[in-house]
Design a binder for this molecule. Structure first.
Ligand code: GDP
Length: 400
């Protein structure tokens, strides 16, 4: 059974926790896209881990982990994370494999990322981790892959080309030395995509999405998106081999958040938004930026479920709303005075007006009001809810 877990909103839905919880039922957890712009915080109770690159498999269950060809690798971040994993779960840390055809995020990409965003009329607000630039260089055939380190000459030539392309003064030897040292420390983890497929073809795989459907480069709120197909459609290319997906699980919060710029119809700019932000600890795990907060938006959720082929929902962070007397959910939009329940695409998203329904808040998740909220969600979205996450810790979750 192969399952993919994706975020149905603009990321930060709690995918890391969900993947960690579900990983006990699978043989291997696979990352298929994005880079260290992802930040999946996993709360084990006694300690927390933020996964930027290493798949969020539960370290207590000693599961295989694989970073597929669609992921771009910042070696410094990978090494830091490996060290952390090795300290906490030494046996698990030996079970990681990385695709050797993966592209590298080079140290100078970060600064270039900032330069690119600054050149726009309206910055998209990237995490400035050099991820977009790495994918751009890959597409331009200027990328540097892990396997290129089998020969220093190839690396040097590519660095020279990159310096020319981006008009940089690079000390090729210094950059090479730094990268080579880091590469040597992870080279024993490298396998190619065919070997990965051979190893994993009869196993149960759990694919871990990053960001969320609304940030997908094609079906998200372009141009305010990330640089990959972080929705379920990215699995095949990011794994590097065609693979049958049996189930797509979409994770959504009981409210909505967004980091960075871009349209957000249900955003709460006043006190209520601040209250959700504070209670929910809505600050970016990668950047520390305050997240914009708002009510749950069923129109966007319906859209995300549709374009991702989502089969099941998991709801997170319902506990954050538990002391709200009343909450609201967006059931439709008004566009040019006309009420619509569905959006064919997201082109007009910046000029819609949300139509809300008020609902009773809940004191706890066993209350009638909370059951009503879940029923409403299933009805509005047309997909069943399989789990509700009841707190930040991995095991705080109930199956429905
Ligand atoms: P991800 O990138 O989708 O994994 O999400 P983040 O790591 O950016 O943010 C999710 C945060 O919410 C993490 O700190 C989780 O520990 C926490 N979290 C996940 N589910 C719940 C939940 O149901 N309730 C509460 N209170 N926190 C949760």
């Amino acid at each position: 059974m192969n399952t993919v877990v994706i975020g149905l909103q603009w990321g930060d839905e709690g995918k890391g926790k969900i993947v960690t919880y579900l990983s006990r039922y699978y043989d291997c957890v696979v990352r298929y896209c994005g880079g260290s712009n992802a930040g999946h915080t996993v709360d084990y109770g006694d300690f927390k881990i933020v996964h930027h690159l290493i798949p969020s498999a539960d370290g207590r269950f000693k599961k295989n982990m694989y970073i597929g060809v669609g992921v771009v690798i910042d070696l410094d971040v990978l090494l830091r994370e490996l060290e952390q994993l090795n300290n906490l779960f030494p046996e698990s840390s030996t079970l990681l494999r990385v695709c050797k055809q993966s592209h590298l995020v080079l140290p100078f990409y970060r600064e270039l990322d900032g330069r690119i965003d600054a050149a726009r009329n309206e910055p998209v607000g990237t995490t400035r981790r050099g991820i977009g630039l790495c994918y751009a260089n890959r597409a331009l055939r200027f990328g540097l892959r892990l396997e290129d380190f089998e020969d220093d000459q190839t690396v040097k030539e590519r660095l020279r080309e990159l310096a020319k392309l981006w008009n940089l003064e690079l000390s090729i030897e210094t950059v090479l030395e730094h990268l080579r040292e880091a590469y040597e420390r992870i080279s024993h983890l490298l396998i190619d995509n065919v070997e990965a497929f051979e190893n994993l073809k009869n196993k149960n795989l759990l694919f871990e999405g990053t960001q969320g459907v609304l940030l997908d480069v094609d079906v998200g709120t372009y141009p305010f998106v990330t640089s990959t197909n972080c929705s379920s459609s990215g699995v095949q290319s990011g794994f590097g081999y065609p693979i049958k997906i049996d189930k797509v699980i979409g994770v959504t919060k009981a409210y909505t958040t967004r980091v960075g710029e871009g349209p957000f119809p249900t955003e709460l700019k006043g006190e209520e938004g601040e209250r959700i932000r504070k209670l929910g600890g809505e600050y970016g795990a990668t950047t520390g930026r305050p997240r914009r907060c708002g009510w749950l938006d069923f129109v966007l959720l319906r859209y995300a479920v549709k374009v991702s082929g989502c089969d099941e929902l998991i709801v997170t962070k319902a506990d954050i709303l538990k002391n709200f007397e009343k909450i609201a959910v967006c059931v439709a939009y008004e566009v040019d005075g006309i009420k619509v329940h569905e959006l064919k695409n997201l082109k007009d998203i910046h000029r819609v007006k949300p139509v809300y329904e008020e609902m009773e808040g809940w004191k706890d998740i066993n209350s009638r009001a909370f059951t009503k909220f879940l029923k409403k969600m299933e009805q509005e979205v047309g997909v069943r809810i399989s789990y509700v996450s009841t707190g930040s810790k991995v095991d705080e979750i109930i199956a429905l």
